[in-house]
Ligand binder design. Sequence first.
Ligand code: TNX
Length: 533
Amino acid sequence: MITLSTLLLVLAADSAISVIPRPVHVTPGPGAFVVTGTTVIVTDRATRPLGELLGDYLFPATGLRLAVRAAAPAGARVITLRLDPALTGLGAEGYRLDVTPGRITIRAPQPAGAFYAVQTLRQLLPAAIFRQARVPTAVWTIPAVSIEDFPRFRWRGIHLDVARHFMPKEFVKKLVDLAALHKLNRVHLHLTDDQGWRIEIRQYPRLTQVGAWRRQTIIGHSDRDSTKWRFDGQPHGGFYTQDDIAELVAYAQARFVTLVPEIEMPGHSQAAIASYPELGNKPDTLPVWTAWGVDENILNPSDATIRFEQNVLTEVMALFPGRWIHIGGDEAPKTQWKASPLAQARIRELGLKDEDELQSYFTRRMDEFLTAHGRSLVGWDEILEGGLAPNAVVMSWRGIDGGIAAARAGHDVVMTPGSHTYFDYYQSADTTTEPLAIGGFLPLDTVYAYEPVPAALTPDEARHVLGAQGQLWTEYIPDPKRAEYMAFPRACALAEVLWTPREAKSYPDFLARLATHLARLAVLDVNYHPLKN
Ligand code: TNX
């Protein structure tokens, strides 16, 4: 018979479990584990760094430096982390987490899973655990629960455009931390665009000496009539040195996040052309662009330019160990290629039909190059026009059709449709109370309702949908605080779309957990958008 007190305990435990993204199986138990100064973290060899990481997570707020040991001292209350090959069925990122009043056990087939168990554990503690100074009054209670958990998708991403507005290295780290807290495993860095080049390339120093800086920035939205444009008169710029990048890569790796670098070509390249005018189609020297929009100044399609970009990619590959290298490929107007004798001669000598096929040729050369180095090219869905390079992964941003076409052709796909993943869009219907954004309307419930697998795909084709990611284009996002405002809590909703089984999703349930979760984000000093529509 269930007594009233057991029932209340169960209910209390249940409401205490406000984990985002929602785990696959959650079974609350009676009682709770209390972390005290005598709690010991026990690990095996493989999970040792994760035990240390857990200790580091717990230290600032608790003031307790928990011992990390290879074996449990007799009688100690322990948090155990270990790899368990018997759990291989949970996949590369799955885990089991068992909390009882006497002990906590984390088991996972691979370290990534143990890492995600630790993230879940942090969310089971009071929100004050995220404080960076000791919270003397708190009791560090973890409700008893058994959790079995694994992600629905392999690619769970957030993108950050550091080209339109440079974002300091420390903010990229904060975004990596927030991604990891939400069990996101890709941070896509949009490193180059018309308005700025943000990564040191040693062979081409002018890319950052010249390309990382612009004289000023347009104010508000660009009017069709460029004589109406007004500028702020404030120089803007910045870039990451190769040492900065190495630091970011190591930081992300320790949090099971793969950084995906993007070097845009052949469009969105005016900062590169400003640095090296020979990359352009015209003899003019261009400034780094100071306005927003689709720019006609694209790279020329010469062999020298292709070699230049491959040399850039060589340095990029040396810095970023991840498999995926993004080459952009979007919004490359063909006006200049139509008028260029060089581009037209290339079309003829290569036996191509038109300028779209010429862009495909350019992309293929990058694909061959990256493939030869054991990497995979990623591009925005325009790379489908004129024929898809054989090993390309497609990011479907202009709706879902590009994703459908690419998956049908046997290519991997990451879903990034504006309609559901553009976090630069407004999140309230009443835009008068919002800071200026690019436009659009993407409220929290729409993000939550997103289904990444297009209904048109067969199960076989659907296997090519690696996942999805949220986009933070920064034309109207001038600084980290605004980036946080635009990303949260929409990124929380997307994390659940990408992790939680489709059948287990529930918007009311998500909102109930989000209320607790926002207290965590507040402690983490995340400038999230308050809940209203
Ligand atoms: C289109 S999405 C772009 C970006 C802009 C964005 C603004 C994509 C591949 N290209 O250059 O920043 O729209 O929403």
